[in-house]
Design a protein. Structure first.
Length: 53
C-alpha cells in the first residue's frame, strides 16, 4: 500500500526539483514567485492553475 502525506516545509527543496523538472518537460519557464505560489497552494491542498504564457 502506498501512503502519501501532505507536504511539509522540509519537503520544499525536493518538491522544487520535481516541479522544475515538470515545467522543463513542458518547456515552460516560471517566475520564482509562481513557484512560491504553487508551493503555498499545494501545502494548503488547494487546486491551482498557473498561466505561464
Amino acid at each position: 500500500m502506498v501512503h502519501i502525506d501532505r507536504l511539509t516545509p522540509a519537503d520544499r527543496a525536493d518538491w522544487q526539483v520535481l516541479f522544475e523538472g515538470y515545467n522543463s518537460f513542458y518547456e515552460r519557464t516560471l517566475a520564482p514567485e509562481l513557484f512560491d505560489r504553487a508551493w503555498t497552494a499545494f501545502q494548503e491542498d488547494n487546486g491551482m492553475y498557473v498561466d505561464a504564457a
